[in-house]
Design a protein around this ligand. Structure first.
Ligand code: BES
Ligand code: ZN
Ligand code: ZN
Length: 512
């Protein structure tokens, strides 16, 4: 798929199909339609009537232009009341067009990012609108079809997406934002591909290989620890979870260094369970195949590292990924086992299916070695988070309200929304263990919170590291598609984290 910007007008653009956005407000709607009337004549009014098109959100119509325009087909995408138009409305409108055009086997589409009345009535900048169009169209056309061998030649894919405008100054804006947005969407594609790939393709060593290839290609560094090194360093959680698997674990360390001096350091930690059967506390078989996506946190970290390096973000960004399968076998860890984690703290395994927190604990302690301004972990950690928030919000917990507010804002901009859950200390007694420093499950209630409190135990009391935990169990894995997210792996986290990191100012968040 190639995305480009070109200087053109609706009357000149030569792509197979072209799309314009129509607001619902009467005066704006009428102005748009009257200029269409000049092209198509009065019949356009009958068409709008018969199609019941009023410019409302999610209304999309298209018609054959009968040579009245160089483009063969024109799309009108409704975006609702101009004052209420948001980036998400534009993403969805652009996605509706792209998906429809794909069904019609159209290969080239274009969009006009200029929306009439937007400057007067809404604060959305031209650049952000263009970004939303690219995101909505690109992300909606994603397919995981590399394993399909039949009917390949019948499948027609959109090859080019063009954004057009008549002003040279806007073309410059478009070219710049296309470049950046393509990087971010491609990184989201990478995260989706990694998570959708079955566990016989993506396991710790192959995950590490892909991360290493990305690092080499885009100029950041990758170091991969093998099982021997992981044992030697004392990553007891990762070794314990791995003990039932025939495939060795990996610990992946990624690092992006910016060109500026004295950048802040941020560490991202991603859960890399390449398949979660539950282990000895085995999961029911219905739906277990979804657990090939239990490395969605790792996928988000790899995607974010790639995009951050390509965008040359002015921060030092470290990505840490503990990777293993969680399988039962004669050598597997068992309920009742006690683990000694990296750094010396111990945990009691009450349920081998609460494995994510065991491998994250080692990595979170290791993260502290970089003396970072912030640590963010991202993980498909608990079914309880899915019960609480469903598929429409990522659970967020942490110890810095200011940084959480910034993440919330990034979530609203990208529509990868996050919602805070509390870490009240009263919940802590649920994970008290009689035999170890902490127990890996906290009973029936508040499972997303007790999982986060388990992780919190691995931060020292006397040093206040800033830490945010993102539970993406509900948002990373979709049973139903959303407008521009096909079912399966959503790639959630990449756009959220890049938006957040892009707004990070080094030096603003020094620790005490
Ligand atoms: N990977 C799962 C969490 C999960 C559930 C992710 C559904 C995506 C969708 C995690 O390892 C797990 O199994 N958690 C258990 C914890 C419990 C045993 C305390 C859970 O949530 O049931
Ligand atoms: Zn599990
Ligand atoms: Zn898991």
């Amino acid at each position: 798929m190639k995305i480009s910007a070109t200087k053109s007008t609706l009357r000149q653009i030569r792509t197979e199909a072209t799309a314009i956005f129509i607001p619902e407000d009467k005066n704006l709607f009428d102005t748009e339609i009257s200029s269409l009337k000049k092209i198509f004549g009065k019949s356009i009014l009958d068409l709008l009537k018969s199609e019941n098109f009023h410019g409302k959100e999610n209304e999309t119509i298209s018609f054959y232009t009968h040579n009245k325009l160089p483009a063969k087909r024109l799309y009108l995408a409704g975006i609702g009341k101009i004052e209420k138009v948001s980036l998400e409305i534009i993403r969805r409108a652009a996605a509706n067009v792209a998906k429809h055009a794909e069904i019609l086997k159209i290969k080239n589409i274009s969009y006009r990012p200029l929306i009439s009345g937007i400057e007067k009535n809404n604060k959305l900048p031209f650049e952000k609108i263009a970004q939303a169009i690219i995101e909505g169209s690109m992300l909606s056309l994603y397919k995981f079809d590399k394993y399909l061998t039949e009917n390949k030649k019948d499948r027609v894919r959109i090859k080019t997406i063009t954004l057009f405008d008549s002003l040279d100054s806007n073309i410059r804006i478009l070219k710049n934002i296309i470049h950046k947005t393509e990087i971010i969407c491609n990184a989201t594609y990478l995260a989706r591909d990694l998570a959708n790939a079955p566990a016989n393709e993506i396991y710790p060593e192959t995950l590490a290989k892909i991360a290493t290839e990305s690092a080499r290609k885009y100029g950041y560094s990758a170091v991969v620890w093998d099982k021997k090194r992981i044992e030697k360093e004392g990553f007891g959680g990762l070794i314990a979870v791995n003990s039932g698997s025939a495939k060795p674990p990996c610990f992946i360390i990624l690092e992006h260094n910016p060109e500026i001096s004295n950048p802040d350091t941020i560490v991202l930690v991603g859960k890399g369970i390449t398949f979660d059967s539950g282990g000895i506390s085995i999961k029911p078989s219905a739906g277990m195949s979804e657990m090939k996506m239990d490395m969605s946190g790792a996928a988000a970290v790899i995607g974010t590292m790639e995009a951050a390096a390509r965008l040359r973000l002015p921060i030092r960004l470290i990505g840490l990924i503990p990777a293993t399968e969680n399988l039962p076998s004669g050598s597997a860890m068992k309920p009742g086992d006690i683990i000694k984690h990296y750094g010396g703290k111990t945990s009691e395994v009450d349920n081998t299916d609460a494995e994510g927190r065991l491998i994250l604990a080692d990595a979170l302690v290791y993260a502290q070695k970089f003396d970072p301004e912030l640590i963010i972990d991202i993980a498909t950690l608990t079914g309880a988070c899915v019960v609480a928030l469903g598929n429409h919000a990522t659970g967020m917990m942490g110890n810095d309200e200011n940084i959480m507010a910034r993440l919330k804002e990034a979530g609203e901009t990208t529509y990868e929304r996050v919602w805070q859950l509390p870490l009240f200390e009263e919940y802590e007694k649920q994970i008290k263990s009689d035999v170890a420093d902490v127990k890996n499950v906290g009973g029936r209630w508040a499972g997303a919170i007790t999982a986060a409190l388990f992780l919190k135990k691995f931060f020292p009391k006397n040093k206040d590291y800033k830490w945010i935990h993102l539970d993406i169990a509900g948002t990373a894995i979709l049973e139903e598609p959303q407008t521009y997210i096909p079912k399966g792996a959503s790639g959630v986290g990449v756009r959220l984290l890049i938006e957040f990191l892009k707004n990070w100012k080094s030096g603003d968040h020094t620790r005490q």
